[in-house]
Write a protein that binds this ligand. Structure first.
Ligand SMILES: C[S@@+](CC[C@H](N)C(=O)[O-])C[C@H]1O[C@@H](n2cnc3c(N)ncnc32)[C@H](O)[C@@H]1O
Length: 310
């Protein structure tokens, strides 16, 4: 069985989520058998299973996830590991508290595979996809108060345009915000299909054939998801806390899926390198090879950066 198979062999549960960049992770990360691993985004436990396979009974994994459905899947998929496994419903922004509560001072590896799992994209209650019609929600953690529908129905046009520009990097953000504001005057925007249609209309230019690789609504959806889940703020907190939570020689490995995340990771690693705190192992981010990209579309935008605590 290869490393990739090990992470993605889900022992009978639905293997809808394929863990990315497993070969690269095992190539760069060496763990002692009594290693202490913190997986900040345990998901279905694919990567944790990979790291856990390097540990003996004296090793330990602490897995965090904000989504109880992910934790449930991980519980099942990690049940056969020799090491101790503790799974908690917690945001990785609260890693110091979660580690302390579980008797862990410092880790040999802190890992995060950012964003969402394929199963969450298909989960109607999460409302992340415009591929099918879902309630416009987007919260990975259903304890959060504000949904994507709240934002699109309540923010004024300028705030909405700023949000779409900042988190979606869509240069047509003002036009999209105007179309949303106009549409919501008639009736509230409550579904993903409804919002996607409004954005497509805003970006449609009669007579102009626009060749686009992605659906025009993609950037607006990304922006709302980032805002609803405070994704960049949480990542910044994780990056700021990591040096104190890593053992000397311990690794921080982050897989990101868009440039806003990757820029934060890159800048943090560089700053910590110049302060003598990290050695950067990946001069350039590691990306999936052609075979993985063909087999797992989600891997196409994945970028892995690894730093080592000095
Ligand atoms: C890409 S999936 C992880 C997949 C996992 N590496 C695997 O191989 O199965 C991301 C997971 O992180 C969770 N998540 C996203 N943001 C989080 C955060 N700030 N704190 C904790 N979990 C988070 C999501 O709920 C999701 O289950």
């Amino acid at each position: 069985m290869t490393h990739k198979d090990l992470a993605n062999d889900h022992e009978g549960s639905s293997p809808s989520h394929k863990s990315v960049l497993c070969e690269a992770l095992t190539e760069w990360i060496r763990l002692p058998t009594d290693g202490r691993i913190v997986d900040g985004t345990v998901g279905h436990g694919g990567h944790s299973r990979l790291f856990g396979s390097m540990l003996g009974p004296e090793g330990m994994i602490l897995g965090l996830d904000v989504d109880p459905k992910s934790i449930e899947r991980a519980q099942f998929n990690l049940s056969r590991l020799a090491c101790k496994v503790i799974l908690v419903r917690e945001n990785f922004a609260r890693l110091p508290e979660a580690m302390k509560k579980n008797g862990l001072d410092q880790a040999d590896l802190i890992f995060a595979d950012l964003g969402f799992c394929s199963a969450q994209l298909e989960d109607v209650s999460k409302g992340l996809s415009f591929g099918s019609d879902m309630p416009l929600d987007m919260r990975l953690d259903d304890r959060l108060k504000t949904t994507a529908a709240d934002l699109v129905n309540r923010l004024d046009v300028d705030a909405l345009a700023d949000l779409i520009y900042r988190y979606g990097e869509d240069r047509a953000s003002r036009r999209i915000a105007r179309f949303i504001a106009q549409a919501r005057q008639g009736q509230k925007i409550t579904s993903t299909a409804q919002l996607a249609e409004i954005v497509r209309k805003a970006l449609y230019r009669p007579g102009k054939r626009i060749l686009q690789r992605i659906d025009p609504a993609t950037r607006t959806f990304q922006a709302l998801r980032i805002a609803v889940n405070s994704e960049l703020e949480n990542l910044e907190i994780l990056l700021a806390n990591a040096p104190d939570l890593l053992k000397q020689g311990g690794y921080l490995a982050i897989i990101s899926f868009h440039s806003l995340e990757d820029r934060l990771v890159k800048a943090n690693f560089r700053k910590n390198k110049s302060d003598g705190i990290y050695e950067i192992l990946t001069k350039k981010p590691l990306e999936a090879g052609g075979e993985e990209k063909a087999a797992n579309p989600r891997s196409r935008s994945a970028k892995l950066r690894i730093a080592k605590r000095l």
